[in-house]
Design a protein around this ligand. Sequence first.
Ligand code: URA
Length: 452
Amino acid sequence: MRMYDIIDKKKYKKKISDEEISFVVKGYTKGIIPDYQMAAFLMAVWCNGMDEEETLSLTMAMAHSGDMLDLSMIPGTKVDKHSTGGVGDKTTLSVGPIIASLGIPMAKMSGRGLGHTGGTIDKLDSIPGFSSDISDERFIEIVKTVGFCDASQTRDLAPADKKIYALRDVTATVDDYSLIASSIMSKKIASGADAILLDVKCGNGAFMQDRSSAIKLAECMMNIGKLAKRQVNCIITDMNEPLGNTVGNSIEVIEAIDLLKYGFDSDKVDKRYSEIVLYVCREMVLMSDIFKNEKYKDMTEEERVSLAEKLVRETVDKGCALEKMKEFIAAEGGDSNVVENEDLLPKAKYIYEVTFDRDGYLDKVDTKEVGMASLMLGAGRLKKEDDIDPAAGIKLFKHLGDKVKKGERFALLYTNKEETIKEAEDRLLKAYEVSNEAGSSKNVIIDILRQN
Ligand code: URA
C-alpha cells in the first residue's frame, strides 16, 4: 500500500477502504507517513468528504491507536457526557454528582482549556488538594464506590487523534464534519462508556455557528455511535453568550455547587445554566439502566421524560447531589469543605467592577471575546504549556436581553495580575452591543436528538 495512491484516490473522490484508512492512521501515528503527505490527505478529505463507512473506519482506527479503557468491571450501563466546548461551560461539575446520586455510574475523562474555551479539569484543579491525574485502577474504584469520577486525559487515549488534530490546526482542515465527528468519537469510544450524551454547542462561541451545521455534526456522531454499538444522544444548545454567570475556574466551581445547593428554580442560579443541567441529566437518566426495568416498559416516551426529570429534581431538592459532590471531591483528594465554605477556594487579589457608560439593552455579544478577556486575566491559556490562575475570571451580572444602566455594576473581573485589568475590561465591553430597544435572550435548548 502506498500513501501516494490513497491521497490520489481521495483527490478523485473515490472511496477508500477500511484497510487503507487503518494504514494511514497507523503510519502517521508511528511517524512513517510524513506531515506533508498527511496534510495532503486531510485536505483531500476536507474537499471531498468521507461517507459513513469511511468516517467509522477513521474513528475506530484512531480509537484503537492507543489505550482503550475497559470499564467492564463496573456493573451496569456506564454513561458519559461531552460538550463540544464553549465559554463558561461548567455543566459537568453539576451533572456528575446528580447522575451519581441517582445510582448511575458516570466515568468521565475531561480535558484542559485552550484559547477562549475552558476545560473541566482546570476548574476541578482549583479545588485545594484535588488531583485528576489518577491510575486506571483508582478511576474504576471511584466510579464503583462513589459513582462519578472525572480524570484528566493523561492516558495514551487516541494518540492518533492528538497528532492529526495538531496537523489539522495548522493546515486549515479542522472544520470538516467527518474529521470533527471522528476526532470526538474516537476519544469517547476509547474512554469506554456505553452511553454518551453529546452537548453540541451552537453559536458565535462554538465551532458550529448555526443550528443546521450543529445538527449535521450531531447526526454524524450519532451515526458513528450506532455503527460502533454505543448509544449516543445529542442535545443542541445555544452558545451565543457565555453559559451562566461566571467564566473562569474557581468561580465556576462555586456556581456549579450553588445549583446543587439551591436547586433548579432558585433566583440564585442562572436560568440558562440550570436548564442545560436539567436537560443533560434528564437525557442521561433516559439512557441509563433505570429505564431498562420491567416496570417502566409500558411507559410512553412522554411519561419517561417526565419521570426522568422528576428524579433529577428530587435528588437535588433532597440534598443527595450536594452530598455526592462532597464524596466525589474527597475521593479525588480534594478538600470537600469547599462545598460549604467557598472561601477555601483560591481568591483573587484584585476584584474590579465593570460598568457601561450608557443606558440600553444587551443585544449581542461576541462570546469568544468574553473567553479571551477571561484568558487575559489569567484564567486560560494560549499555548498548552501556559500556567493558569485558578482564581482569575469574570462574573457577569447581566445577560442578553437585560437592561443595563450607566454606572451600574455589569461585571466583576478577578485577577492576581493588576496590569491585565484595563485591557480585559476594554475587551469585555467591546464584546457587547448595547441597543436602545429591548431584545430577548435566545432559548438555550435548541434541539434534542435521540437514537432510535
Ligand atoms: N473537539 C475535538 O475533540 N475535535 C475536533 O476536531 C473538534 C473539537
